[in-house]
Write a protein that binds this ligand. Sequence first.
Ligand code: SAH
Length: 480
Amino acid sequence: MDYLPIFMNIKQQHCLIVGGGAVAARKADLFIQAGAMVTVMSPQLGTEMRFHLAQGKIVWQMAEFSPSQLAGLLNIKLVICATDVQAVNLAVYHYFKALNIPVNVADQTEYCDFILPAIVDRAPMTIAISTGGRSPVLARVMKARLETLIPHGFSQLTDLVGRYRQQVKNLLNEEQRKGFWEKVLTGLFIDKAVHGQEGEAEALLQTQINALHANADGNHESAAMPAHQGEVYIIGAGPGDPDLMTFKALRLLQQADVILYDRLVAPEILDMARREAERIYVGKREKWHKVAQPDISQMLVDLAKQGKRVARLKGGDPYIFGRGAEEAELLVQNNIPFQVVPGITAAAGCSAYAGFPLTHRDYAQSVSLITGHQQAGAQEIDYARLAHSGDTMVFYMGIKNAAQIQRSLLAHGLSPTMPVAIIENGTRANQKVTITDLTQMVQVIATQTIKPPALLIIGEVINLRERLRASASTPIQEAV
Ligand code: SAH
């Protein structure tokens, strides 16, 4: 090991920063966050450091470094030097080295008694990552990975456990305490504490502590902590590109024992689940009947009742044309705990990847998400309103009914030259974007043999792709 990792208490301690630039300001920020009294010695301050000064977070000693300037500063705990004058850096290093005060010259490991790690901050839990000064960028890459894996709820979890530490200490000896916490800090308790159900987590912990009290009183019936309880995660997996999943979606997917998925969920996304998780396809299959919606909802209930953690993976967002609410309703009726994880809906993903926005202050003040495939008896779509709304219109499941959509919008006065983007397999490797206009839309769908999943987006914002072209992820076909 090149360096000993330690966490040092510098609250209310004097720490010195030599230098007033951006690097010095970043280091000062760390000292400030750790509660130190920070003095910055520098003839000038850059913008970032001035910001600290304006907020009263540092004391500024307007001077070049020289030992005589340190007169008022007693008991300096740590020193960081970040100037672009090497002679100053070296003078600072040698001066404090001789006094045995730890010093760090930014970006020069040979002049560092200590180095600062990359930090994953879930205070009071703190994870520090170091490459021993070999590659700060690699440390940051590792930090980014850990950031995605460790929910922010670990802050609350750590606080919660900390509040009970003494109580448990009073009841158990060291060996027993270790066993107790190892048993508690698994499965259900952690799940609940890190996912915002702190009250329930605390109740579980309380049950375990009550059992300890009961044991101490000679009553040996202890309440066992369940490993986990059946639960359902209704997860929006985004429109296709696996990188568009949220951190929460990924974490819950990786916890699941069973995964129910449909046609729109990309195989790469399923690959991110645990290898041993059971995968059940509930989408449409050619020449097969798909599993009916009430049956899917019932499967979720049945699996959760068996104690399984069930991920219901859906394309896009579960609550936008995703029938997520129907599943949630049956879960509520059956008292099954569940979470809904929002996803990037096809409209947002496809427009961004095709290179144009859905709103723009000059072209569209609002967006309508419309289903092109209505259930029998559903409320009629108000084409008259849509045609005059100025909305960007996004039709989901609209390919089959494109002729009717076209007819209705033209009949209500929408301009025949209104731009239309037809986006097939948006955000996926085989994304196909075709640009046309309202009069030619239906014909283009036929000649380009567009197949679902595809979106029809209608509105002037589409013209912006000319200016934003660089942001498109695939070449765009012009079919006008
Ligand atoms: N809940 C989903 C929508 C499900 S309805 C969401 O929020 O995105 C299914 C329709 O969504 C498809 O018929 C298609 O119109 C649209 N869709 C979903 N993914 C798509 C994609 N990758 N590219 C184009 N359209 C997509």
